[in-house]
Design a binder for this molecule. Structure first.
Ligand code: MRU
Length: 357
């Protein structure tokens, strides 16, 4: 396996602009293979998002921003009106890839708005779009570092070194780098406040077992992988001091969509009086939705449930239901940790009214 490091600081960057194309870490091949896929065309970026070569809410936002530039680059016209019309089609294609993570839609809207508001000719607009995608990429990295550091302010001080349970992968791989939930973990590790991470394996796609565990190993953070059904037992045993998860979309009242299994984790955290934190950038908050009931939940192919490798796990003629996300009600969330601080779920709206975000 090639060295996982792609910077002198030993950081993992899942989406990199380089040599006039986008390099994506192929997350479907981790942890056994560390390989990159080169993306030159918008259509290939759409496929990479759909097939989860790149995944995680902020990372697919960054990938979609580059996808918008790649799509813009393919448009051969000097007519501004025609260019913008065709750019709308590029946006439609990218929007159709995955429905739940709002960061995807946020990044595409920001790219479109930039194009519409640019006064230059078509070639100039294309260059501005590339600069905007690069900015979205580097802003996300800064945002994750701020989330990590803000997390330190709200983690419990019940023990000198904490054990944190996380679900899915909300790490460097799921963002521009550093991570949201794993950003908090990384900051706690750096400050000597972390003993260990418990990573839920996260059925059916196993992002916890494959990706979170891999990231922790790269960084030398002690990690214990458990199956999702073991979380309550581990809490009862007193192994867990706090739960920190990421988010795909947060409604204005704080209801939070995240990887399937997050809701049950929040319920068992409540039952054991363990703080339950959501770590996410403010771009994950969808203020258009008053609560979580209207968050679109992606359903994925049943093979993710009934098949592992070449092995079929279930009898034929059964039915499947494979929602990729669930919604955790705001009242189960201790705080939402963002780049601008940690908020009680009900405080998000008030914060927005005071600031323009
Ligand atoms: O289906 P995935 O792997 O894209 O789901 C990822 C998650 O649910 C993450 O927890 C979420 O996107 C936050 S990533 C910082």
């Amino acid at each position: 396996m090639p060295e996982p490091m792609n910077s002198p600081t030993n950081q993992v960057y899942p989406v990199i602009w380089h040599n006039d194309s986008v390099s994506l870490i192929d997350q479907t091949r981790l942890p056994n293979e560390y390989a990159f896929v080169e993306i030159h065309r918008c259509e290939d970026m759409a496929t990479a998002i759909k097939t989860m070569i790149v995944r995680g809410a902020p990372a697919i936002g960054v990938a979609a921003a580059y996808g918008m530039y790649l799509g813009a680059r393919e448009i051969e016209t000097s007519d501004r009106h025609e260019f913008l019309e065709r750019l709308d089609k590029v946006a439609q294609l990218l929007r159709s890839t995955r429905p739940t993570a709002v960061n995807l839609f946020w990044a595409i809207s920001r790219m479109l708005k930039t194009a519409y508001e640019s006064v230059g000719n078509v070639e100039e607009i294309k260059q501005i779009l590339l600069q905007t995608a690069l900015a979205i990429n580097s802003e996300d990295l800064q945002t994750c570092r701020a989330i990590g550091d803000n997390g330190l302010k709200v983690l419990p001080d019940t023990r000198e070194k904490l054990t944190i349970l996380t679900h899915c992968n909300a790490g460097a791989l799921a963002t521009a780098g550093y991570g949201t939930a794993l950003g908090v973990v990384r900051s706690a590790w750096r400050e000597g406040r972390l003993a260990r991470v418990f990573a839920d394996e996260t059925r059916p796609r196993l992002q916890g077992a494959k990706l979170t565990a891999w990231e922790c190993v790269q960084e030398g953070i002690p990690v214990t992988v458990i199956t999702d059904s073991m979380a309550a037992h581990c809490m009862k045993q007193g192994f867990i001091d706090a739960v920190v998860v990421g988010a795909d979309r947060i409604a204005a009242n704080g209801d939070t969509a995240n990887k399937i299994g997050t809701y049950s984790l929040a319920l068992v955290s409540k039952a054991h009086n363990i703080p339950f934190f959501v770590a996410a950038p403010l771009s994950t908050v969808d203020f258009e939705l008053p609560d979580g009931s209207k968050i679109p939940i992606e359903e994925r192919h049943p093979a993710e449930i009934y098949q592992i490798g070449d092995t079929i796990l279930t009898p034929s003629a059964v039915e499947f239901y494979n929602p990729a996300f669930d919604v955790t009600p705001a009242e189960l969330i201790t705080a939402i940790i963002t780049e601008s601080g940690a908020f009680g779920p009900g405080e998000l709206k008030k914060y927005r009214e005071k600031q323009v975000i």
